[in-house]
Design a protein. Structure first.
Length: 217
């Protein structure tokens, strides 16, 4: 079943005026999509790939606040009148991302109620995801946070047939997203591979059995 993000974009893509003004961009793993403090004048849609949202304090401390995947929008806060980005977005694998100007989205939200309903559903879904992310960070062990992250990257729960393999994400990046050390991530990844939860050689294959581990106990 299509998710709300893809439904919203399919609807958006049916509008010729919007389609003609959108820009499709290719990002490398680790490439910045936008920086905290940048002008907030567009929203982005992940057509393929993954991205992370991070915030940085004045003292330089960084935190990952969300992991985004195919079908997700990012930068939606510009629709609330926010003029500057409150977070940074970075691709965490090779990604195809579509940029649409804020003015175009605002116009279609006003002119096409059906799109507005679908987009609102997407925003509610994202709020639920943020709550889940917060609960995961506060309540789960770093091993289970890593398991949940791997399932997100493989799109388990988002599509009926998850990706058989996804490009390997380096362990330093995984450690940053989970909030632990690279050595701990290496230990957990080796344990997941030994237990048959993942295959991790050249590309990352996540198996459904990892879901059982995540929800066990």
């Amino acid at each position: 079943m299509a998710n709300n993000g893809s439904l919203a974009f399919n609807y958006l893509g049916s509008s010729k005026s919007i389609r003609n003004q959108s820009t499709t961009l290719q990002y490398r793993s680790g490439q910045t999509i936008f920086d905290q403090g940048d002008k907030a004048d567009a929203i982005f849609y992940i057509q393929d790939g993954n991205a992370k949202l991070t915030v940085q304090s004045k003292s330089g401390k960084k935190a990952v606040i969300a992991i985004l995947r195919c079908g997700d929008f990012l930068g939606e806060s510009c629709l609330m009148g926010r003029t500057l980005r409150a977070s940074s977005a970075t691709a965490i694998r090779a990604s195809t991302i579509i940029r649409v100007k804020r003015a175009d989205i605002v116009r279609i939200l006003h002119q096409e109620p059906a799109f507005a309903r679908v987009f609102t559903s997407h925003l509610l879904f994202r709020i639920g995801r943020i709550e889940d992310d917060l609960a995961d960070q506060v309540c789960n062990s770093s091993e289970k946070r890593l398991a949940r992250l791997l399932l997100i990257l493989a799109d388990f729960g988002r599509q009926s047939t998850p990706e058989a393999g996804i490009p390997k994400v380096d362990q330093e990046t995984l450690a940053e997203m989970v909030g632990t050390t690279r050595s701990r991530v290496s230990f957990f990844m080796n344990r997941f591979r030994t237990k048959g939860y993942i295959d991790y050689n050249g590309s990352l294959h996540v198996h459904a059995t990892l879901q059982a581990f995540l929800f066990d106990g």
